[in-house]
Design a protein around this ligand. Sequence first.
Ligand SMILES: C[S@@+](CC[C@H](N)C(=O)[O-])C[C@H]1O[C@@H](n2cnc3c(N)ncnc32)[C@H](O)[C@@H]1O
Length: 225
Amino acid sequence: MITIVIAEAALEMVPKELLNHPSVTRAAERKGKKPEETLLDISYHYAAMKNMENWDRRGRPDITYLTLLNLLERPLNKTGQLTVYVHTLDNYILEIDREINLPRNYARFQGLIEQLFEVGRVPPLGKPLMLLKRGTLEDIVKNVSHSSTILLTEKGKTVRSGDYFPELLKKGDPLIVIGGFQRGEFSKQNLKLADEKISLYKDALDTWIIASMVSHELERAKGII
Ligand SMILES: C[S@@+](CC[C@H](N)C(=O)[O-])C[C@H]1O[C@@H](n2cnc3c(N)ncnc32)[C@H](O)[C@@H]1O
């Protein structure tokens, strides 16, 4: 089983210190929710976020949404050969069941994640399709069986993906880490978890493009497509 982790994802609920900011209360009101029941989203909360620490690595749930769609709807997942985790910047882990049918509408996805942070699971009853736990990227690396940990970064060793992934799979099932944030690099601590850091292109690309490139090469290497 191949594991892909969307790591340090810019996904969190509105933090306490912003709950009374007008941009937060207005956006919550439009949704018919309390501010503490809503996800931090820079599209609505920029005025509140601009003085926050790390503001340019937070409040982008759309990155996780688009990346999950790109991973879960691909043949690699549909053939049962992929497990996906989301690790967030403030150390939550989302366990995602491969059979989840993610909404094609972003507002509905936001609603599901808000429910996940409130209740700890989606749906609240029956077989869980998403589970929320506390944990670090290191916890995932320690607890998930894998042959090697490969971290994707534009600053890594440049590889030709068509050659690299077939070779990688010969050694077993890797755990592949892709950043779920919009700017900057992984923390030093998380960079240390990698057996290898690789770059697929000279410039930084969006997380969902890299996720799609990686899963495409894995599907080709496995003869799925
Ligand atoms: C939008 S990038 C992160 C921000 C980027 N470092 C920057 O400062 O613009 C999101 C993630 O996609 C992956 N990524 C982006 N470009 C890449 C590349 N050229 N090669 C390998 N991975 C890449 C990395 O995992 C990265 O953390």
